[in-house]
Design a protein. Structure first.
Length: 309
């Protein structure tokens, strides 16, 4: 993922959400709409989430230390996981509570033009933010489907912003539907139903984000394409005759660790093996630039040792 692309999508979403949150709270104050209040809290939660993503990206750039010899790249995953927790606790649970209370104690919406006008403005603003996230994602997802892109992306920022913006847009239409139904029927229960739907939507998105970022936190291997390229680059057919076994691990979105046992000819001199290993590392880095930490152990191939990657 392009770091600048991810940052552009986050900043676009942050600016949109801050403006929308202020408008929603103003409309909620004038109209008494619980959907508007829930959407205001949703926008504040989203703004906090984007701030967390920016902070995680900044902290991940710190230099490796003695305590953290492989650097801080995976800190981006930690902050992405926190985003899912915030979205669930602040956005989803609050909306569920507000919807339940509004259904129990419904009241008509006052000054209807406030919530309707703000929701239309918010839909337009979120559409521009969502368009930016889609544009930046298209530059890196290639021919993958959107579902596969979200499941397999090693950089968490774009999938998080995509799902947040999608949830925000759907939530806005749900809020607008609840407000319009409440106005048409004169029954404030519809406003509460719209709020409940927003809460359910946010909880679902939060659970999807939590599952995906949990997998990244546990440690994922490089993509199948990268693994194949690394294996091919490792073998020169002369000194390095094959790969006995190999493991890869993402230390961060832009850094992969490669550990492999490679087969060398049994009669090779030690200096020739060392030179071959250096050459193999250079080929690997050329083929897969994010393969930055490489450990290669020479051995003589034995069938019992040959296992799949």
């Amino acid at each position: 993922m392009s770091a600048s692309g991810g940052t552009r999508a986050i900043v676009a979403a942050l600016c949109a959400n801050l403006a929308i949150a202020a408008a929603k709270f103003t409309a909620a104050g004038f109209s008494g709409s619980s959907s508007m209040l829930a959407e205001g809290v949703h926008s504040v939660a989203d703004s906090g989430n984007q701030a967390l993503l920016l902070l995680g990206g900044k902290r991940a750039k710190r230099e490796a230390s003695e305590e953290h010899p492989f650097g801080y790249g995976r800190e981006r995953y930690v902050y992405a996981f926190l985003v899912s927790v915030v979205l669930f606790s602040v956005g989803g649970v609050f909306a569920l509570y507000e919807g339940y209370e509004k259904i129990r104690h419904p009241h008509e919406i006052d000054h209807w033009y406030w919530p309707v006008g703000v929701l239309v403005f918010a839909i337009i603003a979120e559409t521009f933010s969502f368009r930016t996230a889609i544009k930046e994602s298209n530059e890196v997802r290639g021919k993958q489907s959107w579902g596969r892109f979200i499941r397999t992306a090693k950089a968490p920022e774009l999938p998080v912003v995509l799902l947040e913006d999608l949830g925000a847009l759907v939530g806005l239409f749900l809020a607008l539907g609840g407000v319009l139904m409440a106005l048409a029927t004169g029954d404030g229960v519809w406003d509460g139903i719209g709020t409940l739907c927003i809460g359910v939507l946010l909880v679902i998105i939060a659970l999807v984000l939590a599952a995906e970022t949990k997998s990244l936190l546990l440690g994922e291997a490089a993509s199948a394409e990268s693994v194949a390229a690394i294996r091919e680059a490792m073998v020169d057919g002369e000194t390095v005759t094959g790969v006995i076994h190999m493991r890869t691990l993402h230390l961060g979105p832009d850094e992969v660790l490669v550990a492999a046992k490679i087969a060398v000819r049994h009669d090779e001199r030690a200096d020739a093996v060392a030179s071959a290993i250096d050459a193999a590392e250079a080929r690997i880095r050329e083929a897969v630039p994010i393969a930055r930490v490489i450990y290669l152990e020479p051995d003589i191939r034995r069938e019992a040792k040959s296992v799949s990657t």
